[in-house]
Design a protein around this ligand. Structure first.
Ligand SMILES: NC(=O)c1ccc[n+]([C@@H]2O[C@H](COP(=O)([O-])OP(=O)(O)OC[C@H]3O[C@@H](n4cnc5c(N)ncnc54)[C@H](O)[C@@H]3O)[C@@H](O)[C@H]2O)c1
Length: 474
């Protein structure tokens, strides 16, 4: 489904008309192209008082070959430490106000409320210098990890600032708050690789807890993390459910592009389309209904004959919308079974059968309906909120084994599912987010590909919304 308003608003006449009528003007988002740099343009690294992450940020920038202005860092650090605040125009090199593609701000040292003035000055001077599809990443501490009341307060306050900034910046710019645990900075490269790159085009306004790998994966595990940004999934064998079309097909394609061998599963009635996708990605088709009572055992047998799997993406899902007073029992039961019960049973069965690799990763597809709720979707929202409960409650067991389980919550994504929505509701759904447009299946797929890769090793038991910072929900 194409977004004709997006194309119109970016045509010469459409842009003039939109400006004259005060209509929103969403910009086409930059998306990932293989073998391009992680980020094209200059990156400004700034720091508040007593920053803790600067060395890690500089090192990660070098690994990712970013054009940073790191030569200025010692001066900034010194000034910040002395004065606790820095004013004046910030910019790249000697040119204040020169365009920048990304701003990384190390706020880990903010322990008093008034110290946030420094961040205010930095943002005020830099946000207008950000290029379209630019990035702002605030790196901070989790309030839960702070021992001091003022420190926890100011670190929590950053969340409100970040969410508001993400709504203000427009022009396809994405803003995130990354709460980095002490000791977790060593793996920050993988975090920057995703959130700075066009892979995260439709992810904005998110709070991500970046945990110490040792609390996620026991140090004894033979972890071979790669920073090959083009093939981070090389050699991995992954299962994707609901892979014959829509988001599932995009997931299979994206995982394969990143080097994985993909087992593509869908209902037997979609076998022909499933076979086409499997052939396109050089993988295998597995026609199977995940609600079949034998499905979990069938998957265990298949995983064993494959020599084990490195991960599973639970993407298969259905909607049967009706307000609860009018909802027939089969609509309740089918949605909760496909979307929640089957992924829960399959995940536990695969774990118990020990057919998942030592550093396996599981991703479940939730929805912003499961976060915000939606009229006519009590069954769907129950199932999708349940998916969040599933990953949060299973995360410790996964961590104990050196594995990880996370969820993505898509917002409005341009698929057959959303094409079926009546025009007016569809158009509202598309625009009601900070990006002013719907996402593409590949946006969900990119986030999942990252979560399935070793590059996301600091993340477990979390939910990443791929919703362009939808106005619905938190
Ligand atoms: N499209 C959106 O805007 C959107 C938003 C939020 C969440 N989601 C979620 O993303 C996922 C994919 O959505 P989509 O838009 O691509 O939907 P879709 O209907 O195009 O694809 C879903 C796939 O799941 C398969 N499936 C359904 N029941 C199955 C079963 N019992 N066993 C095996 N496969 C089964 C279907 O055959 C289909 O191929 C779903 O979980 C959906 O709830 C989508």
């Amino acid at each position: 489904m194409t977004d004709s308003y997006l194309a119109f608003a970016n045509s010469a006449i459409g842009a003039r008309l939109a400006a004259a009528l005060g209509l929103p003007r969403p910009v086409p988002l930059e998306r990932f192209t293989a073998h391009h740099p992680v980020l094209q343009g200059d990156v400004l690294i700034a720091a508040g008082p007593s920053p803790h992450l600067l060395p890690a940020l500089v090192q990660a920038s070098q690994v990712l070959q970013l054009n940073t202005v790191s030569h200025q860092l010692p001066a900034w650090t010194a000034m910040c430490n002395q004065a606790g605040m820095m004013t004046g125009r910030w910019g790249v090199g000697e040119q204040p106000g020169a365009p920048i593609k990304a701003l990384l701000y190390d706020a880990t040292g903010l322990t008093r409320i008034e110290q946030a003035d420094h961040l205010y000055h930095c943002l005020q001077d830099t946000v207008r210098s950000l290029l379209p599809s630019g990035r702002v990443m605030l790196l901070a501490r989790s309030p839960q990890a702070c021992n001091d009341v003022q420190q926890a307060t100011v670190q929590r306050a950053l969340e409100g600032l970040m969410r508001s900034l993400a709504k203000e910046v427009k022009r396809g710019i994405a803003v995130q708050l990354i709460q980095v645990d002490e000791g977790a900075e060593t793996s920050l490269t993988g975090c920057l690789q995703f959130f700075l790159s066009p892979r995260s085009a439709y992810v904005s306004g998110q709070v991500i807890r970046w945990q110490c790998p040792s609390t996620i994966a026991p140090a004894s595990l033979p972890v071979q993390w790669t920073t090959d940004v083009n093939q981070p999934l090389a050699g991995r064998r992954l299962l994707v459910t609901g892979a014959s079309r829509g988001i599932g097909a995009a997931i299979a394609q994206t995982l394969a592009r990143d080097g994985a061998r993909v087992v593509c599963l869908d209902v037997p009635s979609s076998a022909a389309a499933l076979q086409t996708v499997a052939e396109q990605v050089g993988g295998w088709a597995l026609p199977l209904d995940i609600t079949d009572p034998q499905a979990a055992q069938t998957l265990v047998d298949r995983a064993r004959s494959d020599g084990g799997w490195d991960g599973v993406v639970h993407n298969a899902g259905i909607t049967r919308d009706k307000t609860i007073a009018r909802m027939p029992e089969h609509a309740w039961r089918s949605v909760t079974t496909v979307n929640l019960l089957s992924p829960a049973v399959i995940t536990q069965t695969l774990l118990d059968a020990q057919v998942l690799a030592a550093d396996a990763r599981v991703v479940c597809v939730s929805s912003i309906s499961g976060i915000a709720g939606n009229v006519g979707q009590t069954n769907y929202a129950f199932s999708k909120a349940g998916v969040i409960g599933l990953v949060q409650s299973m995360a410790p067991a996964f961590a104990a084994r050196g594995m990880a389980i996370n969820a993505v919550a898509p917002g409005f994504i341009e698929t057959q599912m959303t094409a079926a929505i009546p025009f007016a509701i569809r158009e509202a759904g598309r625009r009601m987010n900070a990006m002013g447009q719907g996402g593409l299946p590949v946006d969900v797929a990119e986030t999942i590909a990252w979560l399935m890769s070793p590059l996301s090793r600091g993340v477990n038991g979390q939910v990443i919304r791929v919703c362009g910072q939808s106005w619905l929900g938190a």
